[in-house]
Design a protein around this ligand. Structure first.
Ligand SMILES: Cc1cc2nc3c(=O)[nH]c(=O)nc-3n(C[C@H](O)[C@H](O)[C@H](O)COP(=O)(O)O)c2cc1C
Length: 171
């Protein structure tokens, strides 16, 4: 798909068709993500857990507030960030892991759109509970959950602030 189309077409999708997604497509988009996403000092402080087992999904979704629609997605990808093996001093004041993994998630979501898949960035989850359940330990943390499946809705355009409000051309 043309890049402009991918960017325009991406929407948060919260309804998924009851259709299987071939595992190869999920592998492809994750490979594109981990192969091409940039990260500070190229430290790549990410890991992606792919969940498709219904029982595991059920337990995880129960630990996410107001996001039960995720059960309809055949896959839930859990993005982890490594709080230690990342660049320490972005802008002289913060670690890079959240930035790096957020960029990778954006790649993942756009790569999914390019394959005709729908997805949503989910931030409303109980990290401690899911980390305990999946035995995720320090220095790893969950940054986001991303349900992925064939969309059963186009998603609605949610308006944005006008560019005049958020862009400043500083001479
Ligand atoms: C950090 C982050 C957390 C989000 N958390 C949730 C969430 O928990 N549940 C949900 O349904 N959507 C969630 N969203 C999706 C946003 O609501 C959505 O991106 C926004 O309303 C713009 O709509 P659009 O993605 O369709 O353009 C999240 C998005 C981001 C970037």
């Amino acid at each position: 798909m043309d890049f402009d189309k991918v960017v325009e077409k991406r929407r948060s999708v919260r309804k998924y068709k009851n259709t299987d997604v071939p595992k190869e497509i999920i592998e492809k988009i994750i490979n594109q993500t981990v192969t091409y996403s940039p990260s500070a000092n190229n430290l790549q402080p990410w890991k992606f857990l792919v969940i498709s087992d219904e029982k595991i999904k059920q337990k995880i979704v129960a630990m996410c507030k107001r996001n039960s629609y995720m059960m309809n997605a055949p896959y839930i990808v859990i993005a982890l960030s490594n709080q230690v093996e990342c660049y320490e001093i972005i802008g002289n004041y913060m670690r890079s892991d959240v930035i790096d993994v957020s960029i990778a998630i954006t790649h993942l979501i756009l790569a999914a759109t390019n394959e005709g898949l729908g997805s949503c960035w989910v931030g409303a989850f109980e990290a401690d509970k899911i980390e305990h359940f999946l035995e995720i330990a320090y220095p790893w943390r969950i940054l986001a959950l991303i349900p992925i499946g064939y969309p059963d809705e186009t998603g609605t355009y949610v308006s944005r602030k006008p560019s005049g409000e958020v862009v400043e051309w500083v001479g």
